[in-house]
Ligand binder design. Structure first.
Ligand code: NAD
Length: 337
């Protein structure tokens, strides 16, 4: 059985209690405030989509150990969605967090329920959260995000979805609300009309892309919105095992990643760890969500944070990626690109 060790180096992470007992010191983790919220989140965030078998089968017991060791190491931000594994990831995360819930900042989503299944209606938002709370075995989440807004009617999201999410905030079921998605313009269009506390953007700031920097980062700073960067490994591209078969990038991107991985190996380095460190050091986001399902991946994320950066190697890797840098794919409705 895995027990929940009580380890938090910083002050209260979710506005609740501070640590009473420490099994090992947390020295390396860094924390940043999530925009104007009261949430102080670790620079490494635990992306729980792999718990829903999104990147291949995850062993439930190992997933639980990964969650517990992440908490022991000071990782306090956990992100999930009913969409990941069609509720499986929420179920697994809920089980893994039993006894540790008050040690983490817990975020889930609403609006997306399948690869082509979306419902951003107020009615569905309200029922969705109750279902998520049951699966996550908690009475509230710290953050609720409208999932992949570019697939919805943005007017409905502004006029109906976000007001319903604010209603849930008044009821105490969610502490803060946000939106997530791929095209920065759609995210800014929504957040410019209906104030939100956070924005999650993915595959827009890492070794293969940086257009989050162009407008979204400034937009978030100007509006006091907490910015969450997801997919530092470009959803698996920047790993030795490579991208999953559903990945939307072009073959040239995969070829460049293979070349970069081999180049790093030649220099006794690891592409994934370089890619992670590159994102962890980016100060304009509060946290970077890494998809994690094993203790080894947690350890490697920690190692990436602790190992001194090697700017020369990063530059050489960036030059390998230059021909495919900032290549984007279409996501969502045509009018939301
Ligand atoms: P990612 O870039 O974090 O890559 C995940 C893949 O990399 C998985 O296969 C994982 O097993 C592997 N991996 C993790 N650490 C590794 C390491 N050290 N070495 C080698 N491989 C490693 O992509 P992601 O999982 O898509 O993104 C992270 C999280 O961000 C998600 O789990 C999710 O919580 C969130 N996210 C949200 C949205 C959205 O809301 N629209 C979109 C994408 C991601």
């Amino acid at each position: 059985m895995v027990l929940c060790a009580v380890v938090i180096a910083e002050d209260s992470v979710s506005g609740q209690s501070t640590s009473s007992e420490t099994t090992r010191p947390v020295t390396s983790m860094r924390y940043r405030l999530l925009g104007s919220t009261q949430l102080k989140v670790s620079v490494i965030g635990f992306g729980a989509s792999p718990l829903g078998n999104v990147f291949g089968d995850a062993d439930p017991e190992e997933s639980k150990r990964a969650v517990r060791s992440a908490i022991d190491e000071g990782i306090n931000f956990f992100d999930v969605s009913p969409y990941y594994g069609l509720t499986l990831a929420e179920e697994q995360l809920g089980l893994a967090l039993q006894g540790c819930r008050d040690r983490v900042v817990l975020s889930t989503k609403c609006g997306r329920y399948g690869s082509g299944e979306f419902d951003f209606s107020a009615r569905r938002v309200l029922s969705s959260v109750d279902e998520s709370l049951r699966r996550l075995r908690t009475d509230h989440v710290d953050l609720l995000q409208a999932h992949d807004v570019e697939f919805g009617d943005l007017r409905q999201i502004i006029e109906e979805t976000i007001p319903a999410m604010r209603q849930l905030q008044k009821e105490g079921k969610v502490r803060y609300i946000g939106i997530s998605g791929y095209p920065p313009r759609a995210l800014m269009r929504v957040a410019g009309s209906a104030p939100v506390d956070t924005i999650l953007s993915y595959c827009r700031y890492n070794l293969l892309a940086n257009d989050l920097e162009a407008e979204l980062a400034t937009f978030a700073e100007t509006h006091g919105i907490g910015l969450i960067n997801a997919s530092p490994l470009h959803m698996g591209v920047l790993t030795d095992q490579g991208a999953p078969d559903w990945h939307p990038a072009s073959p040239e991107v995969y070829r460049a990643a293979k070349q970069a991985a081999e180049f790093c190996q030649l220099h006794q380095a690891n592409l994934s760890e370089i890619a992670l460190r590159f994102c962890f050091d980016y100060p304009r986001v509060a946290t970077t969500l890494v998809g994690l399902a094993t203790q080894e991946q947690v350890r490697r994320s920690l190692r990436a944070l602790e190992t001194p950066a090697n700017p020369e190697l990063v530059e050489q890797v960036q030059s390998i990626f230059a021909p495919v840098f900032n290549q984007f794919w279409t996501s969502g409705r045509e009018e939301n690109q």
